[in-house]
Every structure is written in structure tokens, then in C-alpha cells.
Design a protein around this ligand. Structure first.
Ligand SMILES: CC(C)(COP(=O)(O)OP(=O)(O)OC[C@H]1O[C@@H](n2cnc3c(N)ncnc32)[C@H](O)[C@@H]1OP(=O)(O)O)[C@@H](O)C(=O)NCCC(=O)NCCS
Length: 286
């Protein structure tokens, strides 16, 4: 396996509270270059035949490439994370499947060889980038979005009054646009529902945060996002109703036109109601 095939960027991030997560970013262009899949090509060296076959569920090529890029990012994050723990594995010794049914349908699952400690994994892809995060305990959730204008109707449906007030205050204090912090707020919510596995089936007005406490600034370098001079990079403890101290921690980034939330959730249970798909999803996924 040769990670440079995919111009991958892999970083280890120490979150507030001591949890260490591994984040990998793969540009979609590098997976597009490796297309079509050859038996001895870069994609086949990282993904198993079963993983490649599963990607065929996406009939639109761009969507399939995004799926493959997310799986490549997840594999490379897993390999690096496990290497840091003394387990030197080959990409095809690891498996990536997903929950096939139930309230967590779609949630990615890492299948590791016997004797290797379990890992949690989360994947996001957006506008030319795929990103994955891995942790050894608790649950992770990641969401990457392009910063985009968010309508008043979107703000009202996606966020509680407390969240809207917090995001507006952050825009003022941090000198960022409302579109940037609203996109970041949306990433936070999606990362939260990915941690739980509920996805956007969870009622968004129940998946809430009261704000966050910044613990350190600008300690993380994630090349495609943080390269610009005005990147916003924060390690945070999220204030979540009912969660213990350090229950949800994370990395928030705004840069190069993207918003990113990487969350680690130590909570065992979520009291969220599950409802039908919210209409804000249509606007968020433009
Ligand atoms: C998971 C979800 C939040 C992703 O949102 P998105 O911004 O469109 O897409 P992202 O690129 O950020 O994330 C996609 C990845 O999330 C992961 N994912 C999918 N379902 C998930 C779940 N229930 N929990 C955690 N992660 C999930 C997958 O790895 C997926 O990538 P893949 O499709 O290539 O395998 C959203 O698709 C969702 O809520 N899905 C499940 C609920 C649903 O579809 N309900 C429909 C009926 S109510």
C-alpha cells in the first residue's frame, strides 16, 4: 500500500480531555486519477474487492468517487491510528462496512483483525475533498461542508434560538461572516448525529449545543483547509445539555471556503427523538 498514491494528509489531533483522534483528508481528484479501477491499481491496493463492489451501489460516477475517496481516507486514518498503537497492518487486512439496518443504518463500521483493539470511524465528503476520523474509544463524528449562504428559513429550522444567538455572537467575536459560522454550526449538528449514528433522522431541535469553550488556538495543521492566512482553527469543549464535563470535544475549522467539525463523543446514550428527514437537508446539501 502506498498512501502517496492519494496525496493524503494524515494528522493526529489531541482533543481537550486527552482523547487522540486521527484525521485523514483525501482530494477527490487523486481518486478520480486512479479511475477506472484496475486489479493492481491504487484503489485496489487500499480497498478490498467487497468494498469496491459496495461502492457500485452509487450509479452516478461522481457520487461513487466521493464514496471511494471517503473509504480510502478512512482506511488510511485507521492504518495510521493503529500504527501509533504498535499495530502495523496492510490496508486490505482492514475492512470497512456499514450498519445495514436499524436506527444507525449507514453508519460506517471498521472490521479489524482478531487481537487488534476496536476503533470508531466517521466519514464526510464535500466539494472535492473526503475526510475521515478515527478514535480508539467513544464515538466520532465528522462533517465537512462548503461555506454557503444560509437562508433565514434554514437558520430557523436548523438551529434553536440559543444556538442562533451563540453563532451570531461568535461571528462578531471571531470576526467571521454569519455564513461561515452558520455553516460551522450545521457541521457541528451533523457531526453530533453521526457520533450517535442517528444521522439526520434525529430531531434537529433536540440535537443541541449551548456553545463551546475554546481550549487552544491554531495548533492543528490540516493542509487543504488551514493553509490560508485567515484560517479559523479551534480545539473546543462543546457545551451540550445533559453531557458531563468533556463529554463532547472537538476540532472546528473554517478555511479555504470550507467548514469542518470533528467531534468525539464520550456519551453512551442519546435521548434524541427520531423523526422524518428535515427539509433543511435540501438546502444544506446544495
Ligand atoms: C449521515 C448524513 C448526516 C450524511 O450527511 P451528508 O452531509 O449528506 O454527507 P457527508 O458526506 O457528510 O456524509 C456521508 C457519510 O456519512 C456516513 N453515514 C451515513 N449514514 C450514517 C449514520 N447513520 N451515522 C453516521 N454516519 C453515517 C457514511 O459514511 C456516508 O458516506 P457514504 O455514503 O459514502 O458511505 C445523512 O445522509 C443522514 O442523516 N443519513 C441517514 C438518515 C437518512 O438518510 N434518512 C432518510 C430518511 S429519514
Amino acid at each position: 500500500m502506498n498512501p502517496p498514491d492519494f496525496s493524503v494528509e494524515v494528522v493526529k489531533v489531541g482533543l481537550p480531555g486527552g482523547q487522540r483522534v486521527t484525521v485523514a483528508v483525501v482530494p477527490l481528484s487523486s481518486v478520480r486519477r486512479a479511475w477506472p479501477i484496475q486489479p493492481d491499481g491504487p484503489i485496489s491496493r487500499v480497498l478490498t474487492p467487497a468494498e469496491i463492489a459496495a461502492s457500485g451501489m452509487h450509479v452516478v460516477l461522481e457520487r461513487r468517487l466521493a464514496h471511494l475517496a471517503g473509504r480510502v481516507a478512512a482506511k488510511l486514518a485507521l492504518l495510521s491510528h493503529l500504527r501509533g498503537q504498535g499495530y502495523f497492518l496492510e490496508a486490505r487486512e482492514l475492512g470497512l462496512t456499514q450498519m445495514m439496518a436499524g436506527p444507525q443504518e449507514g453508519r460506517p463500521v471498521a472490521q479489524l483483525p482478531a487481537g487488534v483493539p476496536s476503533c470508531d470511524v466517521s466519514i464526510s465528503h464535500s466539494h472535492g475533498l473526503a475526510l475521515a476520523v478515527v478514535a480508539s474509544s467513544g464515538r466520532v463524528g465528522v462533517d465537512l461542508e462548503r461555506v454557503a449562504p444560509r437562508s433565514a428559513a434554514f437558520q430557523e429550522e436548523a438551529f434553536t434560538d440559543v444556538e442562533r444567538a451563540w453563532l451570531e455572537q461568535q461571528a462578531r467575536v471571531e470576526g467571521r461572516t454569519l455564513d461561515e459560522v452558520s455553516s460551522l454550526g450545521w457541521c457541528l449538528k451533523e457531526a453530533l448525529v453521526k457520533c450517535s449514528g442517528h444521522g439526520l433522522r434525529a430531531a434537529l431541535q433536540q440535537v443541541t449545543f449551548d456553545g463551546w469553550t475554546v481550549t487552544r488556538d491554531r495548533q492543528v495543521h490540516l493542509a487543504p483547509l488551514t493553509d490560508g492566512p485567515d484560517a479559523f482553527v479551534r480545539l473546543v469543549q462543546l457545551k451540550v445539555p445533559g453531557a458531563q464535563e468533556a463529554g463532547v470535544t472537538g476540532l472546528l475549522v473554517v478555511g479555504q471556503g470550507y467548514a469542518l467539525a470533528v467531534l468525539h463523543d464520550a456519551r453512551e446514550a442519546h435521548p434524541w427523538r427520531v423523526e422524518s428527514r428535515p427539509s433543511v437537508l435540501r438546502e444544506a446539501s446544495r
